[in-house]
Write a protein that binds this ligand. Structure first.
Ligand code: ATP
Length: 257
């Protein structure tokens, strides 16, 4: 079954046009697409449009043949799971509580032993089992971000959108979280999209790369194709050199002149 596609998406906040004619071919299930682009390029806005939190002034989003605009809010929430850039939760709840809320969202509120087990297991899988009893108000920025990712991954969806899920994480946790996301997307045969600023992480984890700049898609393809395209240097306004590392991985070096 084909995955997620967009056709001619346009969006403005008031009179300020942020996205103009954004289209991408179906993103395959089981693969991770990394969305890159400078600050204010429109990455979060594109995710909000796909998640149905904003309505485009033109254009459509499809999963296979299904036009997402034709779904009820509940059906759309089931299909598309969105992790926003900033974690928000009631500070008086524990990590276990907020995970349970994510797990039970759209399922009804009776909590069974299976639900308790599922939440405990999801926390262990995310490497944050030790935080189960911590209050949200006690979490560090990086811990909050790991909880936010775990809340998304406990849900079973067709499409996962993660908006900068590693921006507050140390090096080890960046790799852990992106590995968790990539493994979940492949194992569930879901469509995964992650917005990242770190081009080396993008090169390492992306099956596909999309470069967004000034509200348009400027390049799309394999990490190698996109990172070697002239659009990269032009868009970021820096010199970029790509080399091949010892394990055949691409390394991105950026310079200002
Ligand atoms: N609620 C809003 N009201 C008005 N303008 C907004 C709103 N949200 C975002 N914008 C504007 O839309 C543009 C795109 O913002 P968006 O958050 O989508 O970019 P981004 O690529 O995710 O940026 P960053 O990498 O800095 O997080 C920016 O110019 C921003 O000021």
């Amino acid at each position: 079954m084909t995955g997620l596609s967009a056709q001619g998406l346009c969006f403005s906040y008031g009179r300020r046009q942020v996205l103009s004619d954004v289209s991408f071919d179906p993103l395959e299930r089981g693969k991770l697409t990394v969305l890159i682009g400078p600050n204010a390029a429109g990455k979060s806005t594109l995710f909000r449009l796909i998640a149905g939190l904003l309505a485009p002034s033109a254009g459509k989003v499809h999963i296979a043949d299904t036009d997402l605009a034709r779904l009820s809010t509940r059906e759309r929430l089931k299909k598309v799971c969105f992790m926003p850039q900033f974690f928000t939760a009631n500070a008086a709840l524990t990590v276990f509580d907020v995970m349970m809320m994510a797990h039970k969202q759209l399922k009804g509120w009776r909590v069974s032993e299976d639900d308790m087990f599922a939440v405990g297991q999801a926390l262990e899988d995310a490497g944050i089992g030790h935080l189960a009893e911590a209050y949200v108000s006690e979490l560090s920025g990086g811990q909050s971000q790991m909880v936010s990712v775990a809340q998304a991954l406990i849900r079973k969806s067709d499409v996962y959108l993660f908006d900068e899920p590693t921006s507050a994480l140390d090096l080890r946790h960046q790799l852990d979280v992106l590995t968790q996301i990539k493994t979940a997307v492949a194992g569930r045969q879901a469509v995964g999209m992650v917005a990242l600023h770190d081009l080396n992480l993008a090169a390492r984890y992306a099956d596909n790369l999309i470069l967004l700049g000034e509200g348009r898609i400027l390049a799309q393809g394999s990490p190698e194709e996109v990172l070697r395209s002239p659009a990269i240097s032009n868009t970021y306004g820096v010199e970029i050199e790509i080399t091949t590392g010892p394990r055949e991985n691409l390394l991105v070096h950026a310079y200002t002149s």
